[in-house]
Design a protein around this ligand. Structure first.
Ligand code: BGP
Length: 459
């Protein structure tokens, strides 16, 4: 029997921009996603944009009823900054009403809402001032965070500041999957610095108000790094990639500052961000109560071939490696490596003082999932059940060995909109039938997970 603690949090995760729809309704202002879709709809899969997601703004009660049906006890989504404070300053009463009703509905049905503040959805008005590159974004975010705590702090006892800061840094400033799609390592590092400072300032805002009596943390995508070989050069690449992709985030939020070795690497390539005296104390004084870990697949690296310095990208220190033995999700192309969840779990225990943490995302995206629908309209997603079994088995092992993990949230609950991929890959326990008024229908995994929740494990 694979066993989990009785008080374990079982749930699912999503975000405001990927589910709410109503992109400009009731006073909401545009985010970068809304504007980008308006400008270049052809870049979005099937030309489906952020206004056309799973319609949760109008259908949240249906989702909450399904959470209850599954006996889930927790759920993570986010608040849209652009809905709560459309111009960054003025509170939108319609947004307060919507979120209070939504969160109350969850609480009334035995589901604890875990609420995140930023899930890639930069307000357009702030993007026009430079987005995360501009120092002023830090204080705007802290004001937004403070406002959210004031408006919803009586209902929400577990907060997160950011989801996967690495992603908006990397995809927006080292690639073209997020706005503003520029490629500039130095700018990316400044964006990263301001993001992490904004995180620490939001934690500070939470802690300075004595009415705030819950927990605050951050959600990080942590891909354990594995080297091609035991050769020193490959091991060095692994060490450097780990500093960049894992420790630059976890050390900063859990130990109080960026690793010295990373700072030195950046200094040598003239990549250090602009900082202000006093910043460091903000980081040091505001370490998190917990970390949410999103785990999908590992990162495999080898020594770079002809490293160019000063570094123009992380590739100067580590190069990707295509492990020939890797198991690929046939429905999407990502590696499936359940052991990775154990590696990360033990890392949280051994390197971060057994910090409380939970799996805040893990899941399997499947293209063309309608082909698995049976005659009763249920998607027979055996592949997802197998994925869950394998990952949960490794998670249970880590918990048994003392890792302080308090929950597991699958990505996602009902299928949601995935940025440029729109509805290409489906991840949910429930299917969204977009051509039938966003009707929700069952997948077999929801029944399987309900049993796991009720038995605190599986055989
Ligand atoms: C994570 C994000 C989610 C979600 C998920 C699935 O990185 O936090 O927002 O999108 O990945 O990835 P994708 O949407 O690319 O299939």
């Amino acid at each position: 029997m694979i066993k989990f603690p009785k008080d374990f949090l079982w749930g699912a995760a999503t975000s405001a921009p990927q589910t709410e729809g109503a992109a400009l309704a009731d006073g909401k202002s545009p985010s970068t996603w809304d504007k980008w879709f308006e400008m270049e709809p052809e870049l979005f899969f099937d030309q489906v944009g952020p206004n056309d997601t799973s319609n949760v703004y109008y259908q949240y009660k249906e989702d909450v009823a399904l959470m209850k049906k599954m006996d889930m006890n927790s759920y993570r989504t986010s608040i849209a900054w652009t809905r709560l404070l459309p111009d960054g300053k003025t509170l939108n009463p319609k947004a307060v009403e919507f979120y209070r009703n939504y969160f109350q509905e969850m609480l009334d049905n035995g589901v604890e809402p875990i609420i995140n503040l930023f899930h890639f959805d930069m307000p357009w008005w702030l993007m026009e001032k430079g987005g995360w590159e501009a120092r002023e974004s830090v204080d705007h975010f802290a004001f937004y965070a403070k406002t959210a705590f004031e408006q919803f702090g009586d209902l929400i006892k577990t907060w997160a500041t950011f989801n996967e800061p690495l992603v908006h840094i990397e995809c927006g400033y080292m690639g073209d999957a997020h706005w503003p799609k520029v490629r500039d390592f130095k700018r990316a590092i400044q964006v990263g610095y301001h993001t992490m400072l904004a995180h620490a300032k939001a934690v500070e805002a939470y802690r300075t108000n004595p009415h705030n009596d819950g927990k605050i943390g951050i959600i990080l995508n942590l891909s354990p790094v594995y080297a091609k070989s035991e050769e020193p050069a490959d091991q060095e690449a692994r060490h450097k990639a780990d500093l960049i992709y894992i420790r630059s985030f976890v050390d900063t939020v859990a130990l109080g500052y960026f690793p010295e070795e990373l700072i030195e690497m950046l200094r040598e390539s003239d990549l250090l961000p602009t900082t202000i005296a006093g910043d460091r104390a903000i980081f040091e004084n505001n370490i998190v109560d917990y970390v949410g870990v999103n785990y999908y697949q590992p990162l495999r690296v080898q020594a770079p071939e002809n490293p160019v310095f000063p570094a123009q990208s992380p590739g100067a220190w580590a190069r990707g490696y295509n492990w020939p033995e890797k198991r690929i999700n046939p429905h999407r192309g990502w590696e499936i490596f359940p052991e990775g969840i154990y590696t990360i779990a033990m890392r949280m225990k051994n390197d971060y003082g057994n910090m409380p943490w939970f799996i805040s995302e893990n899941g399997m995206g499947v293209e063309g999932e309608e082909q698995f629908m049976d005659e009763n309209g249920i998607i027979q997603d055996d592949y997802r059940i197998e994925f869950l079994e394998e990952h949960l088995e490794y998670l249970a092992k880590a918990i048994e060995e003392g890792s302080n993990c308090f929950g597991y949230h699958m990505w996602t609950f009902s299928d949601c909109w995935s940025w440029l991929n729109a509805y290409k890959n489906r991840y949910g326990y429930y299917r969204i039938n977009r051509d039938d008024n966003y009707r929700r229908s069952d997948k077999a995994s929801s029944y399987w997970m309900k049993n796991v929740i009720n038995q605190h494990g599986f055989t």
